[in-house]
Design a protein around this ligand. Structure first.
Ligand SMILES: [Zn+2]
Length: 210
């Protein structure tokens, strides 16, 4: 089973698109400010949500959807032990998440993103059976382990490829949250100035790319 890492352009005018993805939310401390920044820069994104958290913050999920952002399935609770469970248990972990997320949005998610990007043969088999695409990324900043600085954002932007799927997290708190939001704003502003647009990954993007 293939794993999606970037979105090929289908038209000339799509050749400058970037795809921001935010994992592990929705988060009461950070998501709303991320949405506000995206709005200011007319950027759309994809949020890979943890279903147990989405259940507690349905208004944030609906705000994403209202803006034209898309939603992906990032498992029920992000617990790695499910990778080592029996196939039926793992399947249930993904299906229950999908049911919760689609009960909030009214539609299927665009696909599954594995917690920590873990890929195992049973996971692939499970997703194949569910006919659910696996969506990875091509650019990451390790923003949960280290501070995401403007310098790192600019270095990456200088060599980024159109169609890149960028992994970030909308879960930061405290001082790190302030730095994250400032860096995100700089990244959005610089990228736009260089002619990039930010789009949400859609089901048709996924179908084309896989
Ligand atoms: Zn995650």
């Amino acid at each position: 089973m293939r794993c999606l890492r970037s979105i090929p352009a289908s038209f000339e005018e799509e050749a400058s698109r970037l795809y921001l993805t935010f994992d592990d939310g929705p988060d009461a401390r950070c998501t709303e400010d991320v949405l506000k920044l995206l709005e200011v820069y007319q950027a759309r994104a994809t949020f890979f949500l943890i279903a147990e958290k989405a259940k507690q913050h349905t208004a944030l999920v609906k705000a994403m959807q209202a803006r034209g952002d898309t939603i992906g399935n990032h498992s029920l609770d992000h617990r790695y032990r499910f990778f080592f469970s029996r196939r039926a248990v793992m399947r249930d972990w993904i299906v229950r998440s999908e049911e919760i997320l689609s009960s909030i949005t009214g539609i299927k998610t665009i696909g599954f993103r594995s917690p920590a990007g873990i890929r195992t043969p049973p996971l692939h088999a499970c997703l194949k059976q569910l006919q659910m695409p696996l969506i990875h990324w091509s650019v990451r900043f390790y923003d949960t382990a280290r501070v995401w600085t403007v310098e790192k954002a600019r270095t990456t932007l200088a060599r980024i490829q159109p169609g890149a799927i960028i992994l970030l997290h909308d879960t930061h708190a405290g001082l790190r949250r302030e730095v994250f939001l400032h860096t995100l704003e700089t990244f959005l502003a610089d990228a736009r100035q260089q002619g990039f647009s930010f789009e949400a990954i859609t089901p048709s993007d996924v179908a084309r790319a896989l």
